[in-house]
Ligand binder design. Structure first.
Ligand SMILES: [Zn+2]
Length: 95
């Protein structure tokens, strides 16, 4: 959708790849009933994160939950960076 907005405004010489509106990371102990868009809910207790839940970015309004616990598979890692959070899928373990 940003492509379309850019086209409407005319072509830009350079492209800023940083997200002007990064997702916000919210640490909570329980998943809220209603998820805000553009927010990652990092769910856990006492500094341990269990999973991360967020509204699907495709627009379908489904919620997505990804495991952060190291002993479960597939396991994701949440990285918080100034330019916004990223989620990384760990390599699958070979049995
Ligand atoms: Zn979706």
């Amino acid at each position: 959708m940003t492509e379309r907005a850019d086209a409407a405004r005319g072509r830009r010489e350079t492209r800023d790849v940083s997200d002007p509106d990064p997702y916000e990371v919210l640490r909570v102990e329980e998943e809220p009933d209603h998820l805000r868009p553009r927010a990652l809910y990092a769910i856990g207790e006492n500094g341990n994160l269990w999973h991360v839940t967020f509204v699907c970015p495709c627009g379908c309004a489904e919620s997505i939950s990804l495991n952060l616990l190291p002993d479960d598979s597939p396991r994701w890692t949440l990285h918080e960076q100034p330019e916004g959070p990223t989620l990384e899928l760990a390599n699958r373990r070979v049995p």
